[in-house]
Write a protein that binds this ligand. Structure first.
Ligand code: FAD
Length: 435
């Protein structure tokens, strides 16, 4: 298929990858609509991509070469122990991942977007609607339940109509029309509202505190602990876990950490809806709760290490998940976190977003029409997203909601506990795409 106009709503990891995929595959005009006005690079946090997924994504062209990454090889699960500053290691597993700095990964993807793509910042999309052509030939605008199946023909008020495009409404009031609209607008997606309005992010019952600091500062801690650069440390405590690993940074290596635990009960905070607590707000209650948790539960070394984090580099984010029943409708497609919100324990979000973009590019090259493209995308990516959500839910339950008595666990017990979470899945970090 060649030609056609495409709008990508959101210009983050998924948005850049989809814009590149559509332009390279032959779309005539590709526009990215990103609401952020300032620098996106500054959102910097760490994330990891499984080595096998990264290899596949580099081969497909979705992951550009040359983006800074830090090699990780193993993951050590540790518990507080009076006899060991750095904690007692209860299990070590292989961890074939590379870690990335969000800003550097985004910059690499952004620089790969072909010049033909128009990337517009400061463009907030307030709504989208699919457009269908009725049997009488008249244009019919719709966003109702009857036309949400991703088929070529759909029924609207009893008449057969064909998807004919989609409209995007911008905050300034203007309306733009495209042949295909891709929702790469994250976990609070506006495009998802039109594709499956019944789907709502579900609060997992806990939050993550996350932060990062200059890795050189570890030297200040002294002591006999050797924080091996290629190891991820997972600190285990009753009611949560904290994952700590190195990432590359714009000014040298950094230590990135993500601590999952329930928020304080009496903080008066509401997380039942994603709009009730925007990511980022570190209230005095949440800062105090974190400090107490580090003192009470952490091996001394790791408690002191996390305390090196500048408060300005410490964030809180409620954990949600969302399993959407469909990832496409008419001429609307969902990508990355807009399509499925996966709890971060699965370390798969960035890889999944890039795989979604690969599926679009493959489909575009194979298909003769947008209808075929949309149906093929749904078949390829819908089940993959739902599988990731289910796996990450099991990981979250085991690692935060129903933690074992860690101090009683040994290597064999941990291995069995881990396999129980995988429940037959080959591992975390996402699966290879079907050929
Ligand atoms: C704590 C944490 C740890 C994680 N760790 C990992 C990991 O180890 N490995 C991994 O692979 N993934 C990880 N992830 C997930 C990963 O960051 C995302 O899954 C991935 O970046 C895909 O994001 P996205 O581009 O789909 O959405 P987002 O990054 O959320 O981007 C959405 C974009 O759309 C824009 N936007 C939103 N609404 C509108 C609108 N109405 N109009 C215009 N623009 C709009 C936003 O400004 C934003 O730029 C982690 C996530 C978290 C929170």
């Amino acid at each position: 298929m060649r030609g056609g106009t495409v709008a990508v709503v959101g210009g983050s990891i998924a948005g850049c990858a989809f814009a590149t995929a559509a332009a390279r595959a032959g779309a005539g005009e590709v526009v990215v609509l990103e609401r952020t006005r300032g620098r996106l690079e500054d959102r910097g946090v760490g994330l990891c991509i499984h080595d096998e997924r990264a290899g596949e994504l580099r081969a497909s062209g979705a992951l550009p070469e040359g983006i800074a990454a830090h090699r990780l090889e193993r993951r050590r699960w540790v518990v507080r122990d009076a006899a060991a500053e750095g904690g007692r290691v209860i299990w070590e597993q292989t961890f074939p991942f590379h870690s990335y700095h969000w800003g550097l990964l985004w910059r690499g993807l952004r620089e790969s977007v072909p010049d033909s793509v128009v990337y517009r910042q400061g463009e907030a999309v307030t709504g989208v609607a699919a457009i269908a052509t009725g049997s009488a030939g008249a244009g019919v605008r719709h966003a109702d339940a009857e036309v949400r199946a991703a088929g070529a023909e759909v029924r609207l008020a009893g008449a057969v109509v064909r998807p004919a495009g989609a409209e995007v409404r911008l905050a300034g009031g203007s309306v733009e029309r495209y042949d295909l609209v891709i929702g790469a607008d994250g976990y609070r997606s506006v495009v998802r509202e039109a594709v499956c309005p019944e789907s709502r992010p579900h609060y997992a019952g806990y939050v993550c505190w996350r932060g990062n600091f200059d890795a050189a500062r570890l030297a200040e801690l002294g002591g006999g602990v050797d924080p091996v650069p290629d190891a991820v440390t997972t600190v285990c405590f009753s009611g949560g876990t904290c994952v700590i690993y190195r990432i590359p940074g714009p000014d040298g290596p950094r230590v990135n950490w993500v601590l999952y635990a329930p928020p304080p009960r009496d903080g008066g905070l509401r997380f039942d809806d994603p709009t009730s607590f925007p990511p980022g707000g570190l209230t005095p209650e949440l800062a105090g709760h974190l400090r107490a948790l580090l003192d009470r539960e952490f091996p001394a070394y790791w408690g002191r290490a996390l305390a090196l984090t500048d408060p300005a580099d410490t964030f809180v984010q409620p954990i949600y998940d969302l399993e959407s029943p469909r990832t496409a409708a008419g001429r609307l497609l969902l990508a990355g976190d807009a399509a499925s919100v996966v709890r971060p324990h699965n370390t798969s979000g960035a890889a999944k977003a890039l795989q979604d973009a690969t599926a679009l590019a493959d489909g575009w090259r194979r298909c003769d029409s947008f209808e075929e493209l949309v149906l093929g995308y749904e078949d390829a990516r819908g089940p993959a997203g739902r599988e990731l959500v289910a796996l990450a839910r099991r990981l979250g339950r085991a690692q935060v909601e129903q933690t074992p008595v860690w101090a009683d666990m040994d290597g064999r017990g941990m291995e069995a506990w881990w396999q129980g979470q995988l429940a037959g899945a080959p591992g975390i970090g996402g699966r290879a795409m079907a050929p």
